[in-house]
Design a protein around this ligand. Sequence first.
Ligand SMILES: NC(=O)c1ccc[n+]([C@@H]2O[C@H](COP(=O)([O-])OP(=O)(O)OC[C@H]3O[C@@H](n4cnc5c(N)ncnc54)[C@H](OP(=O)(O)O)[C@@H]3O)[C@@H](O)[C@H]2O)c1
Length: 267
Amino acid sequence: MPRDAKYALITGSSRGIGRGIALKLAEQGVKIAVHYYKNERAANETLAEVRRRDSDGFIVQADVLRPDEIKQMFRKVEEQFKQLDVFVSNARPEVPAFFQPPLQITLEQWDTAFDSQPKAFLVGVREAIPLMATGGRIVALTYAEGSRTGGLQPWVGMGSAKAALESLVRYFAVTLARRGITVNAISPGWTENSVLNTLPPHAQELIRNWHGRGWTPMGRLGTPEDVGNVVALICSEKAAWITGQVIYADGGASLMNPEVPPEIQLG
Ligand SMILES: NC(=O)c1ccc[n+]([C@@H]2O[C@H](COP(=O)([O-])OP(=O)(O)OC[C@H]3O[C@@H](n4cnc5c(N)ncnc54)[C@H](OP(=O)(O)O)[C@@H]3O)[C@@H](O)[C@H]2O)c1
């Protein structure tokens, strides 16, 4: 991140990938606004871990489906930090709130996906900009496989919402380029200690085996720490020339050919 980066807001950093990002930035001395929705205890645990890394911060609650609450969250960031160097849009509602195939998904579930992703990002970035100076970093968490494929049918709402989010990343990258603020999306593959762990044990096992067998060339699932490291990298001063990109952080999984079993591809 810029040499003097001091303050970051990471939505959904009470747990999962968001927590991994918060802790990696905290290791670099960045103070963290730990955002949560319902799980205050988990948010406090993240903050305690931030402090264990010799950094500091505070917790802030908001429902990202509600623009007024997003704005309120930024007011608290302004009160506490006065400025913002890094904004990471990571929060995503629980799977049952949107997980339905195209013919069954309700309009409410569709809106949940879109309100929580491109709309929350639109509102969040507009709030972040007045607090950000040259060198600011904006990062959105996406799942690019869900944006470009159609196989996981009940993902239609979130996949479409993430596609719109990725598009918005490109538009904002151009808007903010002259201010020296970069805007990028990070696309993790399946990640441990995240939404994965809420799936039925049988589904978790299938996914771990599939990736371990070779779908992820590196032979394992990612971790929140892996993703946190990549976000820290894109927030570094040296990443100032990268903007508007969707960056895969997936151990090579996106390189595999879906028509051929991994064992054959790996030779
Ligand atoms: N996990 C993966 O394998 C994977 C892969 C690719 C991309 N991603 C992306 O990475 C991001 C994080 O995923 P994850 O699996 O780490 O998430 P997760 O463990 O399910 O955690 C979700 C986070 O979002 C917050 N949240 C839930 N509903 C919210 C709402 N209505 N308003 C505000 N915050 C809300 C939660 O807060 P509480 O703790 O308070 O409930 C929590 O901090 C998502 O954008 C996801 O699409 C994940």
